[in-house]
Design a protein around this ligand. Structure first.
Ligand SMILES: Nc1ncnc2c1ncn2[C@@H]1O[C@H](COP(=O)(O)OP(=O)(O)O)[C@@H](O)[C@H]1O
Ligand SMILES: [Mg+2]
Length: 333
């Protein structure tokens, strides 16, 4: 491939990805009816280099599972994920080790993401050491990474322990650790949900700034549309392991097409990262993931469901600037 077509080719191609968890233990497996949770159930999308994409949906819809598949922290039970023309399923040995450097996770809770007995210096040295960076270069790299995430005057922090930092400061350290090996791709899994509202905007600004400066390709996982809107040009809306809608974030915010996206948008009164949102205006909560409805998984909460929705799984189809999986948009309607 020429350099130009390489630059234009998507960095990530996901085709019918599945992650089905067996739940219920050995006994029910023996009886032949081990329930399965289809955390990711036939998802397809592509991500361009430098694009930042929000993965949006209520708790339990499979966002973290999708993120773990993309990072090969979990093996897909079906479909394929191709990163820079290499299938993740075939990565082993040195190729896998190199992928572990290129693709990084930023955790939800910074206090879970670090070893409480390690100083900040040791926390940030470890990935460098594992990557074979000589000891003499490490301190300089650590300081640059902390400056990149805008931790002002970073030196005094190096000998401190995680509990001696605020949540916002520690989340910056966690970001610095993810970025210190200069990855191509990051998955940020609800990176501000455990932080005080007062420091969220600061961390989000750092995230946006770093992403732009490094030209990172990023997936930003959140249940909160206001946060996704602040950070991502494109949004993928998930519900019970499937994609409901995928398109430019501003189009989705201003004219949501899928009834589920409409509910999510209606639940965000003011699109600002400091605002929390009201409960979804669609009655009951999500169904038992072990026993989802037939046809469209959203249909039992959908205010516009009709007979076809129970019979047939809606296909994700192009509608204007985006893709929607809903029978309201079938061609014969
Ligand atoms: N290791 C696991 N074993 C069994 N079920 C799991 C496991 N991890 C997640 N799940 C289930 O998969 C579904 C999706 O979970 P998750 O990906 O964490 O969703 P989200 O991040 O959107 O909240 C949920 O029903 C959850 O209970
Ligand atoms: Mg999650």
């Amino acid at each position: 491939m020429s350099t130009i077509s390489q630059a234009l080719a998507p960095l990530i191609r996901v085709e019918g990805a599945e992650l089905h968890y067996r739940v219920g233990g050995a006994l029910s497996a023996l009886r032949g009816h081990a329930p399965v949770v289809k955390a990711v159930d036939g998802i397809s999308f592509q991500i361009r280099r430098g694009e930042s994409v929000g993965l949006l949906g209520e708790s339990g819809c499979g966002k973290t599972s999708m993120g773990r598949l993309l990072l090969k922290l979990e093996e897909a039970t079906g479909g394929s994920i191709v990163f820079d023309d290499e299938a993740l399923s075939s990565l082993k040995g040195t190729a896998l080790k190199s992928y572990r450097k290129r693709a990084q996770l930023i955790f939800q809770n910074p206090f879970d993401a670090v070893n409480p007995r390690f100083t900040i210096r040791r926390t940030l040295s470890e990935p460098l050491e594992n990557a074979g960076v000589p000891a003499s270069e490490r301190e300089g790299r650590i300081i640059s990474a902390l400056e990149l995430v805008r931790l002002p005057d970073p030196r005094p922090y190096l000998d401190r322990y995680p509990h001696q930092l605020s949540g916002g400061q520690l989340q910056r350290v966690v970001m610095a650790r993810a970025l210190i090996l200069e990855p191509d791709f990051v998955v940020a899994d609800e990176p501000v949900s455990m932080l005080d509202v007062s420091v969220r905007a600061g961390v989000l600004n750092v995230f946006r700034d770093v992403r732009d400066r490094l030209g990172l390709t990023a997936i930003y996982i959140s249940h909160d549309l206001a946060l996704v809107r602040y950070v991502c040009e494109r949004t993928i809306v998930m519900y019970l392991g499937r994609i409901m809608e995928d398109g430019p974030t501003e189009d989705i915010v201003h004219e949501p097409l899928h009834p589920y996206t409409r509910a999510l948008v209606a639940a965000v009164p003011v699109p600002h990262p400091d605002q929390s949102h009201a409960p979804l205006p669609i009655g009951k909560g999500a169904p038992d993931p072990r026993n989802p409805p037939s046809g469209c998984v959203f249909r039992d909460r959908c205010p516009r469901a009709f007979d076809r929705c129970a019979r047939k799984v809606p296909r994700l189809r192009a509608v204007g600037t985006r893709k929607v999986a809903c029978h309201l948009f079938d061609e014969d309607n």
